[in-house]
Ligand binder design. Sequence first.
Ligand code: ADP
Ligand code: TRP
Length: 322
Amino acid sequence: MKRILSGVQPSGKPHIGNYLGAIRQHIAMQKDHECFLFIADLHALTTVRNAELMRQQTYELAVAYLALGLDPNKTAFFKQSALPEHTELCWIFDCITKMPFLERAHAWKDAQAKGKKEVTVGLFNYPILMSADILLYQPDIVPVGKDQKQHVEIARDIATNFNQTFGETFKLPEPLIKEEVAVVPGTDGQKMSKSYGNTIDLFGTDAELKKQVMGIITDSTPLEESKNPETCNVFKLYKLFADKKEIEELAEKYKAGGFGYGDAKKTLLSKLMEYFAEARQKYNEILPKKDYVYDVLEDGAKRAKKVAANTLEMAKKKIGYI
Ligand code: ADP
Ligand code: TRP
C-alpha cells in the first residue's frame, strides 16, 4: 500500500476551495493508502498570533475533517506541534540549504514584493519546515493544491541534497495535484482564498452561507436577457457540485433568458446545502465532543511518532549525532 502525507494549516474557516482542492482528496485516499495527515499549526504561526484563535482554529479544522469523513482508524491524524521531530529535522535541513535556493520560492517572492520588512524568518523558512514535515514520513505521494507544488519540489531537492551529502536516507515523494479542480473561483471570481475574503465556508450558519452565495459578483445583464453561463461565477461554482444533467438544465435556463442571477444563486445555494447536508449535521454533532476530538489527535500523534522518530534517528546517525 502506498503511503501519503499531507498537512493543512489551521489559518481560518475551511471553505469549498479547500474542500475540492485538498480535503476531499485526503479523505478519498484513505481507503487504499496508508495515510498521515496533520494540522500544520507550526506553519500557522507565520500568521496567527492569538492563543485562543490558534486553539479554536485547530480544533474546528479537526472537527471539519472528521465531519467530512476522515476515519481516524485509517488515517493517523495529528497536530504538527505535538511532534518536535518536525522542527528538529527543519534545523538540520536549514544547515544544508543555501539561501539563494530558498529565495526562489513563490511565497517568499510574493511576500517580499509586498514589503520585505514585514516578512518573518519563519515565512522565509516555511518551505524547509514543510520539507521536514514531508520527508519525516517517507511518503510516496503528497496530495496538495497547485500552489503547493513548488514546496514539494523543494522537499525533493532537499532530500536529494541530504542523500548525496550523508548517504541514502530520504525517499523522494511525488506531488499529486488534481488538475480538474485546480483553482476554485471565489465569490469575486479570483481564486477562492481566506486572504481575499471571497470564500464560501463549509460550516458557516445557514444565514452566513446564504450571505456569501448571494454576494457572488455577476455582470449586469438584465433578468429577461439571455446569459452566457460559462463566464458566470455562479455557474462555475455550480458545475463543481452538480451532475451532468443538472448542469445542462441550468445552462439552458441561462441561455433562455427570463432567469436572473438571483435565481441562479438560489439554485447554487440549495445545491451546496444538499451536497454538504450530512457533513454539516455531523459537524454540529462532533463540535461539543472535545474529549473525543483530542483523543483522536493524540492517538494519531502516537502513530505518527513511530515513523517520524525512526526517520529522524536515521538522519542523526548519518550526521554523526548518534
Ligand atoms: P487559503 O488560500 O484560503 O488560505 P490555504 O492556502 O490554507 O487556503 O490552502 C489549503 C489547501 O486548500 C491547499 O492544499 C490549497 O491548495 C487548497 N486550496 C485553497 N484554495 C483553493 C482554491 N481556491 N481552489 C483549489 N484549492 C484550493
Ligand atoms: N503549506 C501547506 C498549505 O498551506 C500546508 C502544509 C504544511 C503541508 N506542511 C505540509 C502540505 C506538508 C503537505 C505536506 O496548504
